[in-house]
Design a protein around this ligand. Sequence first.
Ligand SMILES: Cc1cc2nc3c(=O)[nH]c(=O)nc-3n(C[C@H](O)[C@H](O)[C@H](O)COP(=O)(O)OP(=O)(O)OC[C@H]3O[C@@H](n4cnc5c(N)ncnc54)[C@H](O)[C@@H]3O)c2cc1C
Length: 390
Amino acid sequence: METQVGIVGAGPAGLVLSHLLALQGIDNVVLEQKTRDRVESRVRAGVLEQGSADLLIDTGVGGRMVAEGAVHEGVNLQFDGERHRIDFTALADGRTITVYGQQEVVKDLIAARLAAGGTILFEAEDVAPHDVIGPAPSLTFRHCGSERELACSVVAGCDGFHGVCRDAIPRRARREFGREYPFGWLGILAAVAPSTDELIYAFSERGFALHSLRSPEISRLYLQVDPADHVSNWPDERIWDELRLRLASPGWTLHEGPVLEKAITGMRSFVCEPMQYGNLFLAGDAAHIVPPTGAKGMNLAIADVTVLARALAAHFNDGDRAGLERYSERCLGRVWRVQDFSNTMTELLHVLPGDDPFSSRVQRAKQRYVESSVAMRRTIAENYVGLPLD
Ligand SMILES: Cc1cc2nc3c(=O)[nH]c(=O)nc-3n(C[C@H](O)[C@H](O)[C@H](O)COP(=O)(O)OP(=O)(O)OC[C@H]3O[C@@H](n4cnc5c(N)ncnc54)[C@H](O)[C@@H]3O)c2cc1C
């Protein structure tokens, strides 16, 4: 097999890249290790920045998102029961977010690629990049019992944090920065109408809680837990009790319903520099991870591949490699800005384990500053809706 761009991974990064390249007439093949069903049913992120939503609409894959997603003009931060609305209309020049599940974005993109005659090989096993430093890289893999090879000019590593592409950059040629947080999130999907019109991020002495939404019938809620904890310790009743206590606010009631899914995810920050090596380009979680408190993971993946698609179009269509050479530098500016925002939100809203009274007092001072300062709320608003790409 031969193509111009071999894409590893059919998450948001790989699929958006495949879609954008196809629109520019650039041939590409996506290799994905999981089944289509598995990829389309993974419940993860659900907040699209204005720029991400605009991109999906402008490139013809936003129809269902517009019909079924919900545009939000604000978000709530709550400290010890007192709720403070961050008003995007007033503070972020009218930019908004769209609440639409990541798995729905993935479904829409897969449908669009297949309808356009694109190639996505699901259940591609043992994918391995070769010769990425030179002009003729390739990807070997096993598919339907046969050993296969995909020759390409460029490899896009969109294979998430646990993928294989990052390791194709030799250790001496890359530097990794990371931080593990001493807490994780227990996330549930519940068959109950959301108890709020806009997301609620709540700090309480018992720990962080988040009330998010997926649809008029489905709510998504999270609790700060020990990352080593197990869902078997969290029967539904205990989850709802804890959510009720942490999200409590005068005059507000939490609606409960059947829990459809629950999982505990650890939280980490991670960046790999550079995000490119020869003709290998990393995008999305393959290159960086943010704690989910800023709702940025999927958006950062979409921003990376937007930059990459433009650079690849200039390279393949105009013979101009300058954008590709600057890819990593362009992306890392945004990546570190988002790392800062995600870290700030995480430290503002979680109970920091360990008895460190100084840090607790500083955290309380920051929370009070959100309450009192329009400048602080504006900073949160403009980062939350997403900074412009250029
Ligand atoms: C469990 C979980 C929950 C999350 N929850 C939230 C949330 O609530 N809010 C939020 O903002 N963000 C959340 N995130 C982050 C967000 O979902 C990610 O940032 C986003 O998925 C990044 O997209 P991506 O395409 O870069 O990577 P991924 O979505 O991870 O996609 C990578 C793809 O590559 C495939 N792959 C991996 N290895 C190989 C290989 N060797 N060969 C072929 N294919 C391979 C994978 O199967 C996958 O389909 C969550 C992430 C996880 C893991």
